[in-house]
Every structure is written in C-alpha cells, then in structure tokens.
Design a protein around this ligand. Structure first.
Ligand code: GDD
Ligand code: MN
Length: 378
C-alpha cells in the first residue's frame, strides 16, 4: 500500500475533527524555539493523512508547554501533555503513546534532527503489514549521522555496537529515537518499560523479546537549529546501567549500578585528598582522614545528584537537607556494614568474604535509603 492510499482523500478534505490514524509523539524539554517549525513540517509531510501531534513536556523552564498550547488553540491536530515533577525522555514517550487512541503511533524529536518526510513511508510499511515496528535509521545504507561531532559519533557507534553484541538486538540503530508502531502493540509491553533515559526503542525491542518484525528506513540526521541537546554523561552512564541490568536478567537495578560506580569514584577522591592532606600538608593522620572522608561524601553526594538521580535533582535548600540525610544514611550504613561483617566473620573467619559482604550490604542500604528519603520521587 502506498502512502497515498492511506490518505482518506485530498489534503483539504481531511477534517481536523476526524479521529487520528497516526499520533506523532514529540517529547520536549526546553524546545520552545522548535515547536512551531516542527508542526509546520508535519503539516507539509503528512498532508492527506489524519494525524495528530502529542507534545509531552516535562514542565520546561523555557515555557515550551505554553507555546504548544498557543499553537493548539489554532490547530486541533496539536495537543500538549504536561508532566510535573518528572524528567525522562523514555517516560515522556511512553505516556505520550499511551495517550493516543490512533491506530499507529510514532515518536519523533522536536528539534528537527529527525526527517519527518519519511513518516508516510513508515506508515505505509505498517499499514501494509510488512512490519510491526518501523525505525528511522542513521546507519542503514542511505542514512547518515550527519552533523554529529566526531566524539559524539564515536560514542554513538560504540553504544550501538555494545547494544547489538551484548543484548543481541538486530537493529542497525537501536539508539534511534525515531520510530513508529501499531498502537495496540505498545500495550503488550508498556508496563515493563523503564521510564528513565534515552533508550526507549531498545527497551521496546528487548521487552518484546525480538518478537516484533522490524523494518529500518534510512534518513539523514539533521543539524539542530534551536536549543541544546540533553544527551550527557548521566544518559551515557544510565545506558551502561541498562545494558548491565538486562545482562543480569533484570536482577540488578540500573540506577544501583550508577550509584555503585559513583561510590567507587568516592574511594579515589578519598585517597587523593588523603595523600595531599597527609603528605603535602603534613596534617595529623586522623585529621587528614576526616577531611578525605568529608570530601568523598560531598563528591559522592554531588555526583549522585548530577548523574544517578539526574531526573530528581535537588537544588537550593533541598541540596543542604539532602546532604545531611545522605550523611546520616551513610553513617547508619557503616554501622550495618560493620555489624554484618563482624557477625559473618564470627561464623566463617574469611576476612575478605565477610568484609565484601558487609560493604555490599552497606552499599545496598545506602542506595535504597537514599532513593527513598534523599532523592524521593515527589
Ligand atoms: N519530555 C522530555 N523529558 N523530553 C526530553 C527529555 C526529558 O527529560 N530529554 C530530552 N527530551 C527531548 C528533547 O527536547 C528532544 O525533543 C528529544 O527528546 C531528543 O533530545 P535531544 O537532547 O535532542 O537528544 P539528542 O539529539 O542529543 O539525541 C539523539 O540521539 C539519541 C541517540 O544517539 C536523539 O535522536 C535521541 O532520540 C536518540 O536516542
Ligand atoms: Mn536532538
């Protein structure tokens, strides 16, 4: 079936009140400069098709949601789903797709980096039942990663290869945020999808256990015109966490992996500060050790705030109270750790086994308590 065959009639005759055949879900965070342009582009690309755009905005400080609502007052095809107190690209995509009652749903970035002109082809492929999932790919013949900086291109390729090898997904661009599927197919997997991070497509494919027939359509990744990318170290770390979590069959929580990695850097910070305080500044050992411990606590707290819990980041006054809570939890964690390790040692006197078990227990305690009390979901 061609894209034209899906169009009900000539462009002008599609009433905007007709139920949408295709919902285009557009996650946004600080994209106010891109809203009008992306809507105009959808009008051009999808003329003759009953479509709607669902913007999912995480309460962007730049007022993106207000711009979307302005556009929506003039354009019945546009609506805005605003989420409060939450951050996360994957979660925004999931909620946007679930809000759709169309037959097909697509996910596309707001910043015009995804080529909306391939949407009709994606739709035609699904409508002809040639695939269950159609992915816009930068890495099949005819596609290109375009304007990526060399570092970002390398990171993207590494993550892609890692995902393909470790997770066994047969996708050339598993990190793509540009795809379309039948709306009812989402319901089968939605409850198991993770709302954090950037890897929504990968998560859908893995959760469906490769049951979906996938077709990839090439496109050229465009340059961003307005605003800035939200892809950063936190997203990359979280991706590593997801890969490990899936590898361990979901036993390990991806966020815990990030927490544990941050803890490891804390040890390095501790030793470096200790060396300077003790050797270079000739402080008494107990004082040097105290300063190093405090520095490691502050560094762990700030890194966790920046990376592990980036979606629940604390600021202002809550940064201070959060730090105090973090220290208290850490102190209690140390008591738990020493208590458990001592008991284990009395049962089975292997120092490293008892020591490691205590340390792991302490880390799990710190993680679960911090997640509940310091960086709790509002
Ligand atoms: N609601 C919501 N919440 N939207 C978000 C969030 C969030 O926390 N973070 C990012 N977005 C939106 C952006 O506003 C944009 O529309 C889209 O998600 C993609 O974000 P970018 O910041 O533009 O990502 P990118 O261009 O660096 O990343 C591209 O490559 C990734 C893989 O390499 C995108 O194509 C991603 O979709 C893709 O996963
Ligand atoms: Mn982008």
């Amino acid at each position: 079936m061609s894209a034209r065959a899906i169009a009900t009639s000539s462009p002008a005759e599609v009433p905007t009140s007709a139920p949408a055949l295709l919902s285009v879900v557009i996650p946004t965070f600080n994209e106010r400069g891109n809203v009008r342009e992306i809507v105009a582009r959808l009008h051009r690309a999808l003329a003759g098709i009953a479509w709607e755009a669902i913007f999912v905005d995480d309460d962007s400080p730049d007022g993106t949601a207000e711009v979307v609502k302005d556009v929506a007052t003039e354009d019945r095809r546009v609506r805005c789903l605003k989420r409060l107190g939450r951050r996360g690209l994957a979660g925004a995509c999931i909620e946007g797709m679930l809000a759709s009652s169309a037959t097909y749903v697509a996910v596309m970035d707001a910043d015009q980096q995804h080529d909306e002109t391939i949407l009709p082809r994606m739709l035609a492929t699904l409508a002809a039942d040639e695939a269950d999932l159609v992915v816009g790919s930068r890495y099949v013949a005819g596609g290109s990663a375009g304007s990526f900086t060399p570092e970002r291109a390398k990171l993207s390729r590494t993550a892609t290869n890692l995902a393909r090898r470790l997770l066994g997904v047969d996708l050339s661009d598993p990190m793509s945020g540009f795809f379309m599927l039948r709306r009812d197919q989402l319901d089968d997997v939605a409850a198991e999808l993770s709302p954090v991070g950037f890897k929504i497509l990968l998560d859908i494919v893995l959760t469906a256990k490769n049951r979906l027939r996938v077709t990839e359509i090439p496109y050229e990744f465009r340059e961003r015109t307005h605003g800035r990318s939200k892809f950063d170290a936190a997203i990359a770390l979280e991706f590593a966490g997801l890969a490990l979590a899936k590898l361990t069959g979901g036993v390990i929580d991806p966020r815990f992996i990030s927490f544990a990695l941050v803890g490891t850097t804390g040890l390095a910070v501790h030793l470096v500060i200790l060396r300077f305080a003790f050797e270079s500044f000739a402080f008494k050992f107990w004082l040097a050790q105290t300063i190093a411990t405090f520095a490691a606590l502050v560094s762990n707290f700030l890194l966790n705030n920046r990376l592990t819990y980036y979606d629940r980041r604390l600021s202002g006054w809550r940064l201070i109270t959060g730090f105090l809570g973090f220290c208290l939890i850490g102190a209690a964690g140390a008591v738990t750790n020493v208590g458990l390790a001592s008991w284990l040692y009395s049962q089975e006197p292997t120092w490293w086994l008892a020591g490691a078990a205590g340390a792991i227990m302490g880390a799990l305690w710190n993680y679960s308590m911090s997640s509940q009390f310091v960086w709790r979901t509002r």
